[in-house]
Design a protein around this ligand. Structure first.
Ligand SMILES: Cc1ncc(COP(=O)(O)O)c(C=O)c1O
Length: 334
């Protein structure tokens, strides 16, 4: 990671208000996709030498906040195969923080089994709560909320500080465009689960002054009963929190306003973690280019990307959010 993130280079007044650890390897590479015209890929799958993916950027800010608050136990929740749980377990182990991951049902798959084994090996305690509703209740009503040394981390590591990982990511992209590594993309395609990646990117793209459209592909349930979970409105709420923080701490951003993108609803299929035929085809197409995807998030976004590529005229960017480091590397370090 460079000594100074683009976020702090551009907005130095944020530094004292936003602790951040040096975690992973930034900037992540960007390159064109072999054999696909006008298509580029942002390799957040390589964001960390042991376990990459989109959580590392968020955890750099989350971990710093946990350290500043002298946290000893952290709690998060996710599906049984949560990638965020694996990344959080890796970071908490390094910080000496005991992590509990509350999990909800997801269809079994090799990724689910692998992630369960990784979380356990990394020392996380897994508590299966059944449905998403039960899990959310267990998280929000957890008795440890009364302890000052506990930290409750929203699913996907998408909390107010974590989001800045993706504000910074968009500014990093702008620097790569400026350096001639890729043209200004007409659209940037990313999956949306716990909303933090898309919310952070929306803010960062605007701060960077990039005209790139955020093609945000919904891959998680839109509602939990009557409660919205993965919707444009929920992305907007996260954006608004971030915008308020920026307005408060960066004088030149006092008038900042950022609009959430409409979510692309066409790629979700039969449910969270349920593979789709288009996703399966995208996994094969990307595998032929040497890029590994998984069925829950990146494959559904990649299917949207390939469909967009068939019609759009300008350059497009696929943001790869799934770890591609081999499991052995994280286990070897455990
Ligand atoms: C591989 C992968 N891609 C994308 C996402 C979605 O990102 P976000 O939760 O920030 O919306 C997640 C996690 O939720 C993920 O594990």
């Amino acid at each position: 990671m460079p000594s100074e993130l683009p976020l702090f280079q551009r907005f130095p007044s944020l530094r004292p208000h936003l602790p951040c650890l040096s975690l992973g390897e930034l900037p992540t590479p960007v390159h064109d996709l072999p054999g696909v015209p006008l298509a580029w890929i942002k390799r957040d799958d390589l964001s960390h030498p042991l376990y990459g993916g989109n959580k590392v950027r968020k955890l750099a800010f989350v971990a710093a906040e946990m350290q500043a608050k002298r946290v000893r136990r952290a709690y998060t929740f996710g599906a049984t195969g949560t990638n965020a749980g694996v990344a959080a377990a890796m970071v908490c182990r390094d910080l000496g923080i005991a992590l509990t991951v509350l999990t909800f049902d997801q269809p079994d798959s090799p990724t689910v089994e692998k992630n369960q084994a990784l979380m356990r090996t990394l020392g996380a305690k897994l508590v299966h709560c059944g449905s998403l509703l039960n899990t959310a209740l267990a998280f929000y009503l957890h008795p440890a909320r009364l302890r000052s040394d506990s930290y409750f981390l929203f699913a996907g590591c998408s909390n107010p500080v974590g989001l800045f990982g993706y504000v910074n990511a968009a500014l990093e992209l702008a620097d790569q465009i400026e350096a001639g590594q890729l043209p200004v993309p007409q659209a940037l395609v990313v999956p949306v689960g716990s909303n933090g990646t898309a919310a952070g990117l929306a803010v960062g793209l605007q701060l960077a002054g990039l005209p790139t459209r955020l093609a945000a592909v919904r891959v998680a349930p839109s509602h939990l009963g009557p409660i919205p979970t993965c919707t444009t409105g929920e992305v907007q709420k996260m954006i608004n929190q971030t915008v308020l923080f920026l307005r408060k701490h960066v004088p030149e951003l006092a008038g900042l306003q950022v609009q959430a993108p409409p979510l692309d609803e066409r790629w979700y299929g039969a449910g969270y973690g349920v593979a789709t035929a288009q996703g399966h085809a995208a996994i094969q197409d990307f595998a032929a280019m040497g890029i590994a995807l998984e069925p829950t998030y990146s494959a559904k976004a990649a299917a949207a990307f390939l469909a967009l590529r068939a019609h759009a005229e300008g350059p497009l960017l696929f943001w790869n959010t799934y770890n591609s480091r081999p499991t052995q590397s994280i286990l070897g370090a455990a």
